[in-house]
Design a protein around this ligand. Structure first.
Ligand SMILES: [Ca+2]
Ligand SMILES: [Ca+2]
Length: 100
């Protein structure tokens, strides 16, 4: 029986491959695959971006090796950053409630 953290890691990997396998290199996300992933898996994050080409800009930021695709390492960096932001928000909320 996997632990919660093991399940989270498994979900992260499976979610990446669910989208990366749709076209082109099955181990990398094209811009379209990245867009699909954001739309389905991180809809709130995309909604706060007012820019029409938000995904294009995110892609540029993520694509550290400039191959115009997002590999798992690049994707994991994004998830880590977002998770840290969520944790900061969570800790702030707890402090305001006087629970931390
Ligand atoms: Ca792909
Ligand atoms: Ca890349």
């Amino acid at each position: 029986m996997p632990t919660d953290l093991e399940l989270a890691m498994q979900t992260l990997i499976a979610t990446f491959h669910k989208y990366s396998g749709k076209e082109g290199d099955r181990y990398k996300l094209s811009k379209r695959e990245l867009k699909d992933l954001f739309r389905s898996e991180l809809p709130c994050f995309l909604n706060v971006q007012k820019d029409a080409d938000a995904v294009g800009k995110i892609m540029k930021d993520l694509d550290s090796n400039d191959d115009e695709e997002v590999d798992f390492h690049e994707f994991a960096a994004l998830v880590t950053s977002l998770t840290m932001l969520c944790n900061d928000f969570f800790e702030e909320a707890l402090k305001k409630q006087g629970k931390c």
